[in-house]
Design a protein. Structure first.
Length: 97
């Protein structure tokens, strides 16, 4: 009977270093991807919060513009003028061209 001989394959220092560096690069890439995804999602949440605040402020501004238009209407001004005892006189109006 023949004895089967087994050949042992040994890795050199350079090969070991290459495999180790490959594993480290793979782990580093995975870690960087996870952290960048987390930071991107945080930025998206911040953008949504800011856009919500902008929409609310625009609604408030529109409401205030409507109030200003209502308060400066001719009917409102004439009522206030009548309460104060003032009158509307066309002769006192000067048109500048």
């Amino acid at each position: 009977m023949k004895k089967s001989t087994r050949k042992v394959v040994r890795l050199t220092k350079g090969e070991k270093m290459l495999y180790t560096m490959g594993v480290f690069c793979l782990l580093f890439t995975i870690i960087i991807r996870v952290f960048s995804s987390a930071s991107i999602s945080n930025l998206k949440m911040d953008i949504e919060k800011i856009s919500y605040k902008i929409e609310n402020q625009e609604k408030k501004n529109q409401s205030l513009v409507m109030q200003v238009n209502e308060l400066t209407s001719y009917e409102n001004l004439s009522n206030i003028l009548n309460e104060m005892g003032l009158s509307y006189n066309n002769e006192n109006i000067i048109v500048v061209k």
